[in-house]
Design a protein. Structure first.
Lengths: 353, 332
């Protein structure tokens, strides 16, 4: 049975179910028990599971990541939360040198590092240079880590439950613009396998590979393409490491065209990796040069005047897809259908972050 | 904080035996390193054995421990397997990390040695996290974290110790202060007049200190710290001053290259902890010279056996480089 839930509610629900199933699941991070409950994503956990298992922490991202690794080596399953990914950069040593390596460098003989790190990705509303970085490719570069980026409430739940019961460190990148998104969410211990992409639209003319919030933008681009007589496969990666090459390359072989859309800047991005792999694995099936559509290769500025055309959106996806097919199309419908300002996900978002 | 009167008699013979064993092991590595068969960096603890020996004996078998790059003696003192440690340094399949880790990445969970890693201070929060889990499980176990004087300059040291203090975690922090970080002396790293234990005391953690070359003092101090941790008083920090005889990394002496003086080395060497303790126990009549001779012979045989095991063990198949990355599935 499915019910309608928001993405944020789905995260809280998945956490509660995991904590119910396994009493060794701990949930901690700055603000997990504060009045706002991390945009509602930790709502109800403290009341249900108590302060021994749901707790705030010192402002010590690096140290507390190591603490989570250590606790997991004694059998705990740790879920850590960061209000923005950018703060987590302080913890790179612990995640790269310890969490990612622990199993391998001890020859597979250690207790598993059961650690999930929730990293919230900011966008718009003046998030600016240090509150809106999408560094999935950094993490995906590290052997030993798994990296997931759910795009829907159902996947938010299913991937979080899979991550919490995985015996490897998993980075869970959730987009701030998706927290209020509603969708059908299955009840109970619902799991979405890590490493499996999701074909969210079927088409013949090109393959659009997406992740996280860009999946929604791609879906919004489809009616416009359809109007021009064009159809696309939209492959929502869901996991960027391990990446589901079978699904991605299978689609590219079918359509012959690839538009890899990324929430990050293009250089050394996940989109770049997909274009490179498509070129080396199915070059003879390509009908057009594969393309990336990503953020500018700049830090993100703050003023709304500077971000008006900064983020790629549905209209850019539609225009890029059409141009790969030698067409120019009218994207005015997409722009006109948008009722809220460019720097918020919808009228519901009034700041402050 | 002063140290309470000794409530626990040090196990003198065991202390001497452990120190002799650690010295013999590390010196054997130094002697055979030039053979080029141990093909990884080694950080030897020659000169610092009293801390490992005494802390190792003060810990309960069920306690957990983590360490850093200079970890051979911590590993052995916690009960880790000598043959498997040597096989690891030799890069063999029988190594404690199956050849993936080398000298700086040691593990033996069967004796509670949960891992040593190469990044300075990297395991301090990990050991603290072990303490968090032990505290949530309400066991009487303690997590022991070994590190050097440079580690207290790292951010994660403060972060981890702060958290342990906030949550009163059962963690014993053991700082071996040998005055040098590679070639950098304390005076360029920490302000003149600072006492590391005093600084840590300011963080709200019970901190003690003493001569790390006096095994009985190290033992009493550590037992005292462990007692207070087990009684629920929260973490404790012990700082022991000691001295590394050989180069930071490798088998040689390096007093000639200019970062410290031969005179300084000779001063420490003259008060060698292993020789001094052996003399002391002989003088006290705790052991006889025959007993020490037998002890040395047994240890030499154990070390020789460990080398034979390491030398005769097979190398891992090259394909093993591509396994053990992920748990579950095919491991890759």
């Amino acid at each position: 049975m499915s019910r309608v839930r928001t993405y944020a509610e789905a995260i809280a629900e998945a956490t509660a179910i995991a904590m119910e199933i396994d009493e060794r699941v701990l949930c901690f991070g700055l603000g997990v028990d504060d009045p706002k409950r991390v945009f509602g994503t930790t709502a109800g956990l403290l009341e249900r599971f108590g302060p021994a298992r749901v707790f705030d922490m010192p402002t010590s991202e690096a140290g507390m990541t190591g603490v989570a690794i250590g606790a997991s080596l004694d059998g705990a399953r740790c879920l850590m939360t960061h209000q923005r990914l950018d703060f987590f950069l302080l913890a790179l040593d612990q995640i790269v040198n310890n969490a990612a390596k622990w199993r391998y460098m001890f020859g597979g003989q250690s207790t598993p590092v059961r650690l999930v790190v929730r990293l919230i990705l900011g966008r718009g509303w003046g998030q600016g240079p240090t509150h809106s970085q999408n560094l999935q490719s950094w993490f995906a570069h590290i052997p030993g880590l798994k990296v997931v980026m759910p795009a829907s409430p159902a996947d938010a739940k299913g991937l979080l439950l899979s991550a919490l019961f995985d015996d490897n460190p998993v980075l869970y990148l959730e987009h701030r613009w998706l927290h209020q998104m509603q969708g059908d969410v299955p009840e109970g211990d619902y799991r979405v396998p890590i490493g499996k992409a999701n074909r969210v639209a079927d088409g013949d003319d090109l393959t659009i590979v997406t992740m996280s919030s860009m999946t929604l933008e791609a879906l919004h681009a489809l009616p416009c393409l359809r109007k021009a007589g064009l159809s696309a496969d939209v492959i929502d990666l869901r996991t960027v490491r391990p990446l589901d090459w079978e699904t991605v390359l299978g689609s590219i072989r079918k359509t012959g065209r690839l538009l890899a859309v990324d929430t990050a800047s293009p250089t050394c991005s996940v989109a770049a990796e997909i274009v490179a792999t498509a070129a080396s694995e199915c070059f003879d099936r390509l009908k057009a040069p594969p393309r990336r559509l990503a953020m500018p290769d700049f830090p993100v500025p703050t003023s709304p005047a500077l971000t008006a055309n900064f983020y790629p959106r549905a209209e850019h996806i539609a225009a890029a897809a059409a141009s790969m097919l030698g067409r120019t199309i009218d994207v005015e419908d997409i722009v006109a259908s948008r009722t809220s300002p460019h720097d918020v996900p919808g009228e519901w978002f009034k700041g402050p972050f | 904080m002063t140290i309470r009167a000794a409530g626990h008699e040090p196990p003198r013979v065991a202390l001497l035996r452990s120190m002799l064993r650690l010295r013999c092991f590390e010196e054997a590595i130094a002697e055979r390193y030039p053979e080029q068969k141990m093909r990884c960096p080694v950080h030897l603890s020659v000169g610092q054995e009293a801390v490992s020996a005494a802390v190792g004996l003060a810990l309960e078998p069920g306690d957990l421990a983590v360490s850093g790059h200079r970890a051979h003696t911590h590993y052995l003192a916690k009960g880790g397997s000598m043959p498997r440690l040597l096989a690891e340094i030799y890069g063999k399949r029988t190594g404690c990390s199956r050849g993936k880790g080398g000298s700086m990445h040691l593990i033996d969970e069967t004796v509670g040695f949960k891992g040593s890693t190469a990044i300075v201070a990297g395991t301090i929060p990990v050991g603290t996290g072990l303490g968090l889990s032990l505290s949530l499980r309400n066991t009487k176990q303690v997590a022991c974290v070994f590190f050097g004087d440079a580690a207290v300059e790292e951010g994660v040291f403060f972060e981890a110790v702060n958290f342990a203090a906030v949550r009163r975690l059962p963690v014993l922090y053991v700082c071996e202060n040998n005055f040098y970080s590679v070639y950098s002396p304390l005076r360029v790293r920490q302000p003149e007049g600072r006492q590391i234990h005093e600084m840590v005391s300011g963080l709200g953690v019970r901190a003690m200190h003493g001569d790390g070359n006096d095994p009985e003092l190290v033992y009493r101090t550590t037992v005292d710290a462990l007692d207070s941790i087990r009684s629920g008083s929260g973490p404790a920090f012990v700082e022991f001053t000691t001295y590394r005889y050989r180069e930071h990394c490798g088998p040689n002496f390096d007093n000639d290259i200019g970062y410290r003086t031969e005179a300084e080395f000779l001063r420490w060497r003259a008060a060698d902890p292993v020789e001094a303790y052996e003399r002391r126990l002989l003088d006290l009549g705790t052991v006889t010279s025959e007993a020490v001779r037998d002890m040395r012979a047994e240890i030499a045989a154990e070390v020789a056996d460990a080398f034979a095991f390491a030398e005769h063990s097979a190398f891992p198949d090259a394909a093993e480089a591509y396994c053990d990355l992920y748990a579950g599935e095919d491991g890759t």
